[in-house]
Design a protein around this ligand. Sequence first.
Ligand SMILES: *Cc1c(COP(=O)(O)O)cnc(C)c1O
Length: 421
Amino acid sequence: MSIQTLVEQATIASSPFETDSFNQVVMSTYARFPIALERGAGCRVWDTQGREYLDFVAGIATCTLGHAHPAFVEAVTRQIQKLHHVSNLYYIPEQGELANWIVQHSCADRVFFCNSGAEANEAAIKLVRKYAHTVLQIEKPIILTARDSFHGRTLATITATAQPKYQKNFEPLMPGFHYVPYNDIGAVETAISELDEGDYRVAAILIEPLQGEGGVRPGDLAYFQKLRQICNETGVLLIFDEVQVGMGRSGKLWGYECLGVEPDIFTSAKGLGGGIPIGAMMCKSFCDVFQPGEHASTFGGNPFACGVALTVCQTLERENILQNVQDRGEQLRDGLRAIAAKYPNHITEVRGWGLINGLVLNPDTQLTAAEVVKAAIDEGLLLVPAGPKVLRFVPPLIVTQAEVEQALQAVDKAMASVTKE
Ligand SMILES: *Cc1c(COP(=O)(O)O)cnc(C)c1O
């Protein structure tokens, strides 16, 4: 590369970010906020203009250890220098170690690795279908999923996602799914008994312990315990989508621990690699029916992703981060409740677990979550909506007491600015 080119590139990097030229070449699959982030440390990020933000989005519940955590940087550097990718045709020691960590720290016996949440759920759907065909003797297996759920953007997972806004114009959808309302046990009982005709039968229930994208809606304890009981009695498999709530975000390592029930199969992704792409599907040994060649992923479980994810897992443990998630979560909810009390006409509820929390806006007013997010950005705080009426708070799990306090003050100011006459 010539000196001239290097100088030109340096000039481009330091000039204001050009959103117009970005939009000309990148598909507009996201409605982007007009800032470009280029650097991070801990729970803080800086944009291309040098402006600092407190990051309560964390790449959407993904950067478990925040940005540039020393253990994370060390793991990335070490692994990339040693070996970053080889095929699953060979044994990958880092993959075995990560699987071992997950098995030792969960109810699972086996792990399959892939690259994203949607892919992990696809793997679960395929596993269930094969189990239904070969063990349950169901010709046309049906998977129940919950309304307002979110399971990903592939064709099977938008079908599993029981929200029309994700499905519109992408029909025909995948057969074999049926929707029930969340936290409604009667609807599950009815579906299982009524969907038993000819070759069709319910084979599994795929559900989030806490609905993330659907509005930070925690699962009901009694509902989930009854679900487990129904599955035990009928042989229907219970699958938990832990892509957002798993990996410590709930204050427990796995969301199902908040509900006191174990799934047969569960999936993880977002927080698992602390921000590098990795997904995983876990199951108990009785339903592990995959044989060589039946399911695969080229990148899935490579040495880089697994080596880094293992460090994220070990750091969670070593730094006692789950305790921080519980303490900071309580602090955050207490503070948000105090803010809610100041704006009773605009805020109806504060809900969540650990460090996944939602501030619910009044459905009867015009105020949207996106408007509050914009106002919060002006106050130096990054937030993400969960649906049109819920503000979501998903900071890195290492967030400090002072940072939670600072975020609360920014939310208060943002609410003041969007509600003033
Ligand atoms: C984000 C998310 C997914 C999809 O994960 P991707 O990595 O974007 O494919 C699936 N399920 C839940 C609960 C999620 O929050």
